[in-house]
Design a protein around this ligand. Structure first.
Ligand code: TPP
Ligand code: SF4
Ligand code: MG
Length: 314
């Protein structure tokens, strides 16, 4: 994992926001080239599937490691950047999205992926989740939800169901859990999908669709913590007698109210794309403002404009 981002690319000097950079001529990177440190997750942890499918995603989409940045907060799932040979940042707990937003806005030549857990995303980072969704920052965010704080050894998380016994709720969780899909819809997310680590093809499909989305591509992925919440998702796993219910084919992904109703189904609920609409990204809006401002100062570089501002303040 590299921790520094090179700065040769123009920061805010670009008018158009180029898409994630891929090149059809270059050979796709293999898992061997993409893998970095050996994951430190417990054997059987659902996070392994997400990592394996992320490698597949990069290979399939021909995204080069020097053209992506991976940002995570703190948690077992947030160790993700260590395991990928690319630009990566293991940041502060819950602050994944502000950091990822900064990179996405200032480096339009990179595609930003953010990974994290339910605690990082919906608890300490809950406010950032809301605001990044409403601002429609162009990045791909995969939340590996295990309904528990894994790294800190079993505390109740915002998605732990009522009655879940943990170190913070020894008699069972009493607080109503949040529904991440409803939360994302309520915040105005432009792409909302749900998947589960036990269905690899589906995880890959959802990540591909999120990556292709021009905006905030959010994927809620059930990822079992075999150490502190084993069997949590059995009801969604056909191999354990559960049911994997795809979002009905007739569902209109542009219909937010229909998406909300689908998200209201009791566990195991539905899996697939709940919502997808085209809305201008913050990246495009900012690039436009910058271009218009720069047109007024004719050809000056960003630092020269900044210097002029400082000079005025003297
Ligand atoms: C500011 C701050 N508060 C609390 C912690 C302790 N802490 C580390 S990870 C974590 C929860 C992680 O849970 P989750 O995001 O669900 O990730 P998981 O380990 O389950 O993948 C907490 C509370 C911290 N590192 N920093
Ligand atoms: S504690 Fe749970 S979430 Fe963390 S690595 Fe182990 S199985 Fe995975
Ligand atoms: Mg968790």
């Amino acid at each position: 994992m590299s921790v520094s981002l090179t700065t040769e690319a123009p920061v805010h000097d670009a008018v158009a926001v180029p898409p994630a950079v891929s090149s059809p001529e270059r050979k796709p990177l293999s898992k061997k080239e993409l893998a970095d440190d050996h994951p430190t997750w417990c054997p059987g942890c659902g996070d392994f599937s997400v990592l394996a499918l992320f490698f597949k995603l990069l290979e399939k989409s021909k995204l080069w490691q020097e053209k992506i940045a991976i940002v995570a907060g703190i948690g077992c799932s947030s160790r993700f950047p260590y395991f990928v040979q690319a630009h990566g940042v293991h940041f502060i707990h819950g602050r994944t999205l502000p950091f990822a937003t900064g990179i996405a806005l200032s480096r339009p030549d990179l595609h930003v992926f953010a990974f994290g857990g339910d605690g990082d995303a919906y608890s300490i980072g809950g406010n950032h989740f809301t605001h990044t969704a409403r601002k429609n920052v162009k990045l791909t965010y995969v939340v590996m939800d295990n309904w528990v704080y894994g790294l800190t050894k079993k505390q109740t998380s915002p998605t732990s169901p009522l009655g879940f016994k943990s170190k913070t709720d020894i008699w069972g969780a009493v607080d109503h859990p949040i529904n991440p899909i409803k939360q994302a819809l309520g915040a105005g997310a432009s792409f909302v999908a749900r998947t589960t680590h036990t269905n690899p093809n589906h995880v890959l499909q959802m990540m591909e669709a999120a990556l292709a989305h021009d905006g905030f591509g959010y994927v809620e992925c059930l990822s079992e913590c075999v150490e502190f919440y084993e069997t949590a998702f059995d009801a969604s796993n056909p191999r354990k007698g559960g049911a994997f219910n795809p979002v009905p084919a007739e569902h209109d992904v542009t219909d937010e109210v229909a998406a909300y109703k689908l998200a209201d189904a009791a566990f195991p609920g539905y899996f697939g794309i709940f919502h997808k609409v085209d809305r201008a990204t913050k990246n495009a809006k900012e690039a436009q403002i910058v271009a218009e401002s720069q047109a007024k100062v004719k050809g000056l570089k960003s630092w020269e404009i900044l210097q002029k501002t400082f000079d005025r303040l003297k």
